[in-house]
Design a protein around this ligand. Structure first.
Ligand code: DNO
Length: 403
């Protein structure tokens, strides 16, 4: 058996569209055969025309790449808060799924994080080897909550040490640094700048007043019930991305943070289209999550995979470790995922192949010399290429061991 006969998961790379600093040619050179991408130019909540989907499919095909997962079709805030013209929003989402399915794009990632998408307090944390990574520090987030957002009740969410750390951190920042720090927290939505201000965030938060975990879950289930039938019909699988970080922030509930949350969702809406984007990085920041166990437990419902690791620190911070380091046992996770892929293949399913992408990556080497003003944090090329290469080697090694 030659090495090229080993069947791995489909190697993919995230691409933010034609404005991405990383061109498709580089993605191909990194060895990926597919991309996770989105039509970021379409505002949240609007319908994706079939023609626009087709154009993107073609653009990728011209570079020898396949559009294997949409990341993401964003869920409009009104759907999460349960206000506004839900009928139109649901109809647009369902029609978008139909158009994607008709063009052969069969996996759609989305998330249900209220107000802010993913959150980091430092986008350029320097590691001992000189590369940079993303980091979340709860004391620094407390500074944002207390001094920038000035959210009433925020104090109660932090320990006395974190509150002391928050003050020290905030006091040491210059006015310009504070400005940048706030920008990094409130305006890093994937692939687009929404231009949000602190008062926008306050207004958005107010819409969740009194909602609680149960209320948010109810709105989530209503969304799934509204769009899963269309997804099934279109042959599209939905894959919810876990909360990042996987615990409540901003005084808001987060309901896709741990195994029990995922179980509850699958139980509430028992549709084959209701699945998971298994993001090892997001889940791993919560020490209660046993990643290899979860990979096995949710295997049949895993429709997309993000592979990355975090290193948790005693003060509650976590940073993004090398893909094969940190707190995730990546060999065990990848083993479970390959087993699932094999199972699907044995079943003769047309869509048996699992697609994964290396999630995030360190800014390193030549990328450190570049002007990264317009880069997407965590998504420079070289660090992700390192991640992809390591993960490919891991998969090959596991295959070799079983042959
Ligand atoms: C950050 C990513 C998120 C993720 C979306 C999914 O790099 O993990 O942008 O793609 O939250 O909807």
């Amino acid at each position: 058996m030659s090495v090229s006969d080993y069947v791995l998961m489909e190697e993919s790379f995230r691409w933010y569209g034609p404005n991405d600093m990383v061109p498709l040619a580089f993605i191909r050179q990194a060895g990926a055969t597919a991309v996770f991408t989105s039509l970021h130019q379409i505002p949240y909540g609007e319908l994706w025309p079939r023609e626009a989907v087709r154009e993107r499919v073609q653009m990728l095909a011209d570079h020898g790449l396949r559009w294997t997962a949409v990341e993401s079709v964003p869920v409009h805030e009104d759907i999460r808060t349960g206000r506004g013209d839900l009928k139109t929003l649901f109809a647009n989402y369902a029609a978008t799924l139909k158009n994607l399915g008709a063009e052969g794009v069969k996996t759609v990632i989305y998330n249900f994080m209220p107000v802010l998408d993913w959150i980091r307090t430092d986008l350029k944390h320097t590691l001992p080897d000189g590369s940079q990574c993303l980091l979340y520090n709860p004391a620094h987030f407390a500074a944002f909550e207390l001094y920038a957002l000035q959210r009433p009740d925020a104090e109660a969410d932090f320990t006395p040490q974190q509150l002391a750390g928050a003050k020290k951190f905030w006091d040491a920042l210059s006015a310009a640094d504070r400005e940048q720090f706030i920008r990094n927290l409130i305006d890093v939505f994937p692939g687009c700048k929404l231009g949000l201000t602190i008062s926008d965030i306050r207004a958005m938060l107010a819409k969740y007043d009194g909602m609680g975990e149960g209320g948010l879950r109810k709105n989530f289930i209503r969304f799934l019930e509204a769009v899963c039938p269309a997804a099934e019909e279109a042959g599209v699988k939905l894959a919810v991305h876990p909360d990042d970080p996987p615990f409540p922030v901003l005084g808001l509930p987060r309901i896709v943070s741990k195994a029990a949350d995922v179980e509850a969702l699958f139980k509430a809406v028992d549709s084959p289209a209701n699945g998971l984007c298994f993001c090892t990085g997001s889940f791993s920041a919560n020490p209660d999550n046993d990643l290899p166990l979860m990979a096995g437990q949710f295997a049949p419902r895993i429709h997309a995979v993000h592979l990355r690791s975090t290193q948790r620190l005693p003060d509650g911070s976590f940073f993004e470790a090398d893909h094969l380091a940190g707190s995730v046992n990546m060999p065990k996770v990848v083993r479970a995922l390959l087993n699932e892929q094999d199972r699907r293949q044995r079943e003769g399913r047309e869509d048996w192949r699992l697609a994964f992408r290396p999630d995030h990556g360190h800014t390193m080497m030549d990328d450190l010399q570049k002007d990264l003003t317009d880069a997407n944090p965590g998504y420079t090329c070289i660090g992700r290429m390192r991640g992809l290469a390591e993960l490919r080697g891991l998969m090959l090694g596991l295959r070799y061991a079983e042959a």
